[in-house]
Design a protein around this ligand. Structure first.
Ligand SMILES: Nc1nc2c(ncn2[C@@H]2O[C@H](COP(=O)(O)OP(=O)(O)OP(=O)(O)O)[C@@H](O)[C@H]2O)c(=O)[nH]1
Ligand SMILES: [Mg+2]
Length: 231
């Protein structure tokens, strides 16, 4: 039975839903899951308690992180190994990683919404689990566009236009290919911008902002739904 199945996963992974609101950051290998967790916590990968980040397959074990400054003491961020590798194949990823154990599933997506992330989201909806897509590394997209000569001078205005274009393409793709996911939000972010935002360095250098503020707002609202979360 469904409840028993979820309870069992929570017990196995030690996920405590009575005292904490638990977000799982899952998705394709190298999509930027661990970096995003570090940024939300306002720290860099060099912090002693940071989630490990790297260019090769990196996160191997499910591990949770909290806010270093105890700002939201009842929220836990679970870092999940990336999917689509030989060790963590995408086929049974949702069940293998027991993603149904968590209060909310954050799926990091690749450049294009792919088969695997659509499958994870559909599974989450079947479990009535809140789910969102996050496309991180937007700053890298801009770097590529600039290197290819597709864009010239970067401005926040131009970034806003790019994001609305990306959001339109995404919405159309979902509408035609996976209409059951049309209510699943998708946030376009950069871990670098998000960390600047969290640490109050809003106007730092040539940092541009995508949908980091919207995403943070989502996390706050979502965690408040957890009955025992007192922020
Ligand atoms: N420019 C840029 N680089 C990023 C961003 N997010 C992650 N990266 C880089 O992308 C690489 C992978 O980041 P991770 O955070 O380790 O990705 P992951 O999804 O946790 O990877 P696995 O645990 O191996 O699945 C690292 O070299 C990061 O520095 C981002 O928003 N912008
Ligand atoms: Mg990782």
């Amino acid at each position: 039975d469904y409840n028993e199945f979820v309870q069992k996963a929570r017990k196995t992974l030690g996920v405590d839903v009575d005292s904490f609101y638990n977000f799982a950051f899952a998705g394709h290998v190298k999509a930027g899951k661990s970096s995003l967790i570090n940024s939300i916590r306002g720290i860099t990968k060099n912090h002693p308690d940071a989630a490990p980040v790297g260019v090769t397959e990196c996160t191997q074990e499910i591990k949770f992180y909290t806010f270093p400054d105890k700002k939201f003491p009842n929220v836990r961020f679970y870092d999940i190994p990336g999917s689509g590798t030989m060790r963590h194949t995408s086929k049974n990823y949702y069940n293998d990683k027991m993603l149904h154990a968590f209060n909310c599933l954050i799926i990091l997506v690749q450049n294009t919404l792919c088969e695997e992330e659509v499958l994870f989201a559909k599974t989450a909806l079947n479990y009535n689990q809140p789910v969102v897509f996050v496309r991180s590394r937007c700053d890298s997209d801009l770097d590529s566009l600039e290197k290819n000569g597709e864009i010239e001078e970067r401005t926040q205005e131009m970034v806003n236009q790019l994001i609305s274009k990306l959001a339109q393409v995404y919405a159309k793709e979902v509408e035609t290919r996976a209409p059951e996911l049309k209510h699943v939000p998708c946030f376009f972010v950069s871990s670098i911008s998000l960390r600047n935002l969290v640490s109050g360095k809003f106007n730092s250098g040539n940092t541009f902002y995508y949908q980091e503020a919207k995403f943070l707002e989502y996390l706050t609202l979502q965690s408040r739904h957890g009955k025992n979360v007192v922020n």
